[in-house]
Write a protein that binds this ligand. Structure first.
Ligand SMILES: Nc1ncnc2c1ncn2[C@@H]1O[C@H](COP(=O)(O)OP(=O)(O)OP(=O)(O)O)[C@@H](O)[C@H]1O
Length: 250
C-alpha cells in the first residue's frame, strides 16, 4: 500500500481552467472518496493523477515520490468495466501482468490465487458476457489490483449495479481492501456510498464551463472501524457525516 499526495494541481484544456490548485492526501491503507457535481472535473483530476495527462501546475506524489505525468504507476479503473469480451475471465484479469512482461503461465497462476478472495471462484474459463454485473465489476477490480497492488483509482466502480448488489459489493470491497492492504481513491456521486466506504471524503465544487474552476471545498473524515461498517448507515453518526457532506456540496 502507498500514500498519495496531490499538491496544488491545476489543469485545463485550451482556454478553460478546470482544476484550480487541488490538494488532497490519502493515507496508506485508507479509502478516500471524491464527491462533486457532474462536470466539475473529477475525471480530469483522475487523468492527471494517473499520468494520462500532465497538469498545468502542481505535483502528484506516490509514497512521497514525484510521479507527476508518469502513467502506469497506479491502477486506474474506469467506470465501465471494459473486460475484453473474447478473453476468458482468467486471461482478462491476468492481462496487466502479461503486459508488464510476466510469462503468461505465471501471470495466470498469480491471478488464479486471487480468484477466491475476489469472489470469482469457478469463473476462470468463463466469458465476461456469462457473468453478472457484480461479478464483472469484481473481475475488473481484480484486474486493477493486479496492475498495481499499491494504489487504485476507481471511477464510480459500483454505479451501474442495482441497490442489493451494490450493498454486497460495499462490504466485499472493504474486506478486500483490508485483506490486500491496498489504498484507494474512489469517485462517486452517491453520498451514502461515500460515507459507508470512506475513511475520508473530499468534496470538490466548480463549474469550469462557466469560468469557475473546481477546487476542494472541504473534507470529512469518517472514523468508523471497518468491522462496524455493515450497520453504520443505521447510526446517528452516519447521518451527521451525511449532513456535513451535503453542506459542503452546497
Ligand atoms: N478533452 C477535453 N477537452 C476539453 N474540455 C474537456 C475535456 N475533457 C473534459 N473537459 C471539460 O472539463 C470539465 C470537467 O470534465 P470532467 O469529465 O473531468 O468532469 P467530471 O466531474 O468527471 O464529470 P462527470 O461526473 O459527469 O463524469 C467539463 O467542463 C468538460 O467539458
Amino acid at each position: 500500500m502507498a500514500s498519495l499526495d496531490i499538491e496544488d494541481v491545476s489543469q485545463g484544456f485550451g482556454d478553460i481552467k478546470v482544476l484550480d490548485a487541488i490538494n488532497l492526501h490519502v493515507e496508506s491503507g485508507q479509502v478516500a472518496c471524491l464527491l462533486g457535481p457532474s462536470g466539475c472535473g473529477k475525471t480530469t483530476l483522475f487523468h492527471a493523477i494517473a499520468g494520462l495527462s500532465r497538469p498545468w501546475a502542481g505535483r502528484v506524489l506516490l509514497d512521497g515520490h514525484d510521479i507527476t505525468g508518469q502513467s502506469g504507476r497506479l491502477a486506474y479503473m474506469l467506470q465501465k468495466d471494459l473486460l475484453l469480451p473474447h478473453k476468458t475471465i482468467l486471461d482478462n484479469v491476468s492481462l496487466p501482468l502479461v503486459l508488464k512482461g510476466e510469462p503468461r503461465d505465471s501471470a495466470r497462476d498469480k491471478a488464479r490465487e486471487l480468484l477466491g478472495l475476489f469472489g470469482l471462484e469457478g469463473t476462470q474459463d468463463r466469458w465476461p458476457a456469462e457473468l453478472s454485473g457484480g461479478m464483472r465489476q469484481r473481475a475488473a477490480l481484480l484486474r486493477s489490483y493486479l496492475f498495481s497492488r499499491e494504489f487504485m483509482l476507481l471511477d464510480e466502480p459500483f454505479s451501474a449495479l442495482d441497490a442489493f448488489t451494490k450493498a454486497d459489493m460495499h462490504e466485499w470491497f472493504l474486506n478486500v481492501v483490508d485483506t490486500c492492504g491496498t489504498t484507494a481513491l474512489v469517485v462517486t456521486h452517491d453520498i451514502d456510498e461515500a460515507v459507508k466506504l470512506a475513511d475520508i471524503i473530499y468534496v470538490m465544487r466548480g463549474a469550469p464551463q462557466r469560468g469557475e474552476p473546481a477546487h476542494i471545498v472541504g473534507c470529512e473524515p469518517v472514523a468508523c472501524e471497518r468491522s462496524q461498517r455493515a450497520s453504520f448507515s443505521l447510526t446517528p453518526a452516519f447521518l451527521d457525516h451525511k449532513r456535513r457532506v451535503l453542506n459542503l456540496l452546497g
